[in-house]
Design a protein around this ligand. Structure first.
Ligand SMILES: [Zn+2]
Length: 123
């Protein structure tokens, strides 16, 4: 259950990327999450909706891209996508593997849009 801390840092990073001199707000945040990282999309989304309230990221949309895990067998050099329960090499059954992909967790892109005042505040 470290999604709260994770989500806080995503928000900090996103807000840090907003050019301060312009009236811009966060519209979309694109996250890349490896299959092996223990991040739960729904929890991040849940905290995001709470944490972004009254910030320049409120009502922004999170996009999750899942990267499937990929292992390299150190015994026979087979590259494979492990099933959840079967992590050993499908070719030689060795369990000495190197993780090639699946541990990613990063912000791929942040979309910003112009901040428009509500009609009330224009009057
Ligand atoms: Zn193997």
């Amino acid at each position: 259950m470290h999604e709260l801390a994770v989500t806080e840092s995503i928000l900090q990073i996103a807000l840090r990327h907003l050019p301060k001199e312009e009236k811009l707000r966060i519209a979309n945040v694109y996250l890349v999450i490896g299959q092996l990282s223990s991040i739960v999309d729904d929890s991040v989304q849940f905290y995001w909706d709470i944490l972004t309230r009254d910030t320049l990221a409120s009502n922004s949309i999170l996009h999750f891209k899942r990267i499937p895990a990929e292992f390299l067998c150190l015994n026979c050099n087979t590259r494979y996508h492990p099933e959840k329960e079967f992590l050993e090499c499908p070719t030689c059954s060795a369990s000495e593997v190197k993780i090639i992909a699946g541990e990613e967790f990063y912000i791929e892109a942040i979309d910003v849009e112009e901040f428009t005042f509500s009609q009330d505040s224009m009057k």
